[in-house]
Design a protein around this ligand. Structure first.
Ligand SMILES: [Cu+2]
Length: 265
């Protein structure tokens, strides 16, 4: 079990530059809604950010892979990528816009394999292999399936409509095998991106005292977390992937999943 932030703590003592790194990095795959009624093009934003703090935005490189899985079939979305920028409360950085064409009913699992990001304050690369879920017409087709990624979190609750106040259970996998003892950072998307302005909307919450919210996966790779609030929640299993090195430096290959919670009305 490796505590990335514990390692960072040691770095922090020596270097005041590293302060923003104490917050949790999260690769976003953002759509305004997870429930889609009409067929058509859904705009998607890819942003590497600290969404709980409305904090520092990191420059994304050109993604290695970006696609959707629908009824078990891959829909490549690389051609839809357009480089843009996203302006957080503290800075502006390179992000990407994309388009998901939705036709038939069912689940659309968005999968992003981003370029490794060099984090200067930790002298490591970070690569967050990320999944997000959309659904059209309430027909379940794909969400229960692992996507065969190097590392991923498989949801055991339907990720598109979790009840605020209930729980979410996920299973951390690396090359299809459960990962025991993975450190999982948990993040609330306190400010959602505004699709029109490429900036955050007004934050609806602030970060927790005491730093990142963390769970540890059990012997079979499972973790459960109570979802206290409606909105988007992200889970990042740190360093759960098989790749440990990039360009001669340490690589943290993380598995990220985004889920959407609603209040009962
Ligand atoms: Cu960070």
């Amino acid at each position: 079990m490796k505590f990335r932030n514990a390692v960072l703590g040691a770095v922090l003592a020596a270097s005041p530059v590293a302060i923003t790194g104490a917050e949790a990095h999260f690769q976003l795959i953002y759509t305004e809604n997870t429930q889609i009624e009409a067929a058509g093009d859904v705009p998607v934003k890819l942003i590497f950010w600290h969404p709980f703090e409305n904090g520092h935005v990191m420059d994304m490189g050109q993604p290695i892979e970006f696609y959707a899985v629908h009824r078990g079939e891959k829909i490549d979305l690389m051609d839809t990528l357009k480089q843009t920028s996203f302006k957080g409360a503290k800075n502006e950085a390179v992000a990407f816009d994309a388009v998901l064409p939705i036709k038939r009913s069912g689940d659309y699992v968005l999968v992003l394999n981003p370029a490794p990001y060099y984090e200067e304050s930790e002298d490591i690369y970070i690569q967050q292999v990320t999944k997000a879920y959309l659904n059209r017409n309430e027909l379940p087709t794909d969400w229960t399936e692992p996507q065969g990624l190097a590392t991923e979190i498989v949801p055991l609750n339907k990720p598109t409509n979790v009840i605020a106040g209930s729980t979410f259970t996920g299973r951390v996998l690396a090359e299809g095998q459960p990962v025991a003892g993975a450190e999982i950072e948990i993040e609330y998307m306190a400010a959602e991106p505004d699709m029109a302005t490429n900036a955050p909307k007004e934050p609806t919450a602030g970060p927790m005292p005491g730093g990142s919210v963390v769970a540890i996966s059990d012997d079979n790779g499972y973790f459960t977390f109570g979802i206290p609030k409606a909105g988007y929640w992200g889970f990042a299993a740190l360093g759960s992937g098989p790749a440990k090195e990039h360009d001669g430096k340490e690589l943290s290959q993380d598995a990220v999943i985004w889920i959407r919670a609603y209040d009962i009305q």
